[in-house]
Design a protein around this ligand. Structure first.
Ligand code: PMP
Length: 408
């Protein structure tokens, strides 16, 4: 029941009140990035107003204060995903950098020619290309588990592709293009019995459901702050402690060393070993504010609201004439991907924009998945906690207008 689940948090997101092309904004591009609540904007502003200094190097009060805020932010991330220790959290620029870190540090140290990395056909480019680069560097081989017409991972094919050569399974938790939720705990168990480590791309998951990395059992988990109502340029890599402690540095510089001489340098412990240079201090603190905000609302509440709204959108948009939904997995989170007969997704996106409806059109950085479905791309409406039935109604009306314009 959509009314039972209705959240009303739009007042916390001032940008939602602005007009676009003179129209009320229906922001349905949350898979690309979410809007930020006042709590996050104010926290970043306050950091620069009152607490700004570099961390770890300072003897002075302000530096120690900034360091404390940064360390607290790491603990906030740890608790958010239920990591066993804050030392298992590395701040990165986002999901993309977190995955590249694993590929270039763990991957280059551990993989040999003939080793295999298993991904799925529904991965974002950022969980494909870093592994291709690693394969070129090491002679490892990339394997791809197929997805069904509904956009669900083929579990039997996944099992068949796992072997003693599989060193890593890298899977998305939620597909950004289709919304399909993968059974990551189950997949992790299967991968572990084959002797492989598991990386989960959580970019599209953390804002939509509670994530517990220990319950999943994965070895690595990556996500971005900006899809979680936090700032851009900050994200996190979770890695199980024994694995992270054994990983070599991937970028060198200040703050990641223990000692440096011209003959030889030694490394700081993890996670500092993986945070060379001045990090995004304000971003990390802003991310912690976003997590506090999300937890204040409650992820169960957010998930219920978004599921009800997705059901409403699926019923409303899915039954319009000339619409084809792409991705009809039984387990889905927050994403409606579709095609409109006779209208290219980009043209549709432009017409919708003129109506104040913001969606994404194209391949969604998942070109191999579009190839799998034999389409160049889709139109994608992606939901967040602040979306309402009015946003979905605006989308439906705008699609009708586009169809009238195109005479379809
Ligand atoms: N993986 C998935 C599933 C995504 O949706 C995205 C962002 N669209 C990424 C990875 C990359 O995230 P970022 O650009 O924040 O690094």
């Amino acid at each position: 029941d959509i009314h039972a689940a209705q959240l009303d948090v739009t007042a916390d997101f001032p940008i939602l009140a602005r007009k676009v092309h003179g129209r009320r904004l229906a922001y349905l591009d949350n898979g690309a990035t979410t809007q930020k609540p006042l709590a996050v904007i104010e926290t970043e502003r306050r950091f620069y107003l009152e607490s700004n200094a570099n961390i770890h190097r300072g003897v002075h009060w302000l530096s120690q204060h900034a360091t404390e805020l940064y360390d607290d932010a790491r603990v906030t991330v740890q608790r958010f995903i239920n990591a066993a220790s804050a030392d298992e959290i590395v701040f990165t620029r986002g999901t993309t950098e977190a995955i590249n870190l694993v590929a270039q540090s763990w991957g280059r140290a551990e993989l040999r020619a003939g080793d295999e990395i298993l991904i799925t056909a529904m991965e974002h480019h950022s969980n494909i290309v870093p592994w291709q680069l690693l394969c070129e560097q090491t002679g490892a081989v990339l394997k791809v588990a197929p997805v069904s017409d509904a956009g669900e991972l083929d579990l039997d094919a996944f099992d068949a592709l796992l072997s003693s050569d599989t060193q890593l399974v890298a899977i998305t938790h939620v597909s950004n293009a289709l919304g399909s939720i993968n059974p990551v705990a189950e997949l992790t168990a299967r991968a572990h019995s084959a002797g492989a480590l598991v990386l989960v791309d959580g970019a599209q998951a953390v804002a939509h459901q509670a994530v517990d990395v220990q319950a999943i059992g994965c070895d690595f988990y990556a996500f971005s702050g900006h899809k979680l109502y936090g700032p851009t340029g900050i994200g996190a890599l979770y890695a199980r402690k024994p694995i992270l402690q054994a990983m070599p540095p991937w970028q060198g510089g200040g703050d990641m060393i223990r000692t440096v001489s011209f003959e030889r340098s030694t490394w700081a412990d993890a996670p500092q070993r993986f945070e060379a240079g001045t990090p995004n201090i304000a971003g990390a603190i802003g991310l912690a504010a976003a997590i506090d905000y999300v937890q204040g609302i409650g992820l169960a509440h957010i998930a219920a609201h978004e599921h009800a709204l997705l059901d409403y959108a699926t019923a409303t948009i899915g039954t319009l004439p000339g619409i084809r939904l792409v991705g009809t997995a039984r387990e889905k989170a927050g994403i409606l991907s579709f095609l409109v007969d006779g209208i290219h997704p980009h043209d549709l996106g432009t017409i919708l924009d003129a109506e104040g409806v913001a969606i994404r059109a194209g391949h969604h950085c998942a070109m191999p998945l579009m190839t799998r479905f034999g389409i160049p791309g889709t139109a994608r409406a992606s939901l967040a906690m602040y979306n309402t039935q009015a946003d979905v109604d605006a989308l439906a009306a705008a699609i009708g207008k586009a169809q009238k314009l195109f005479g379809t």
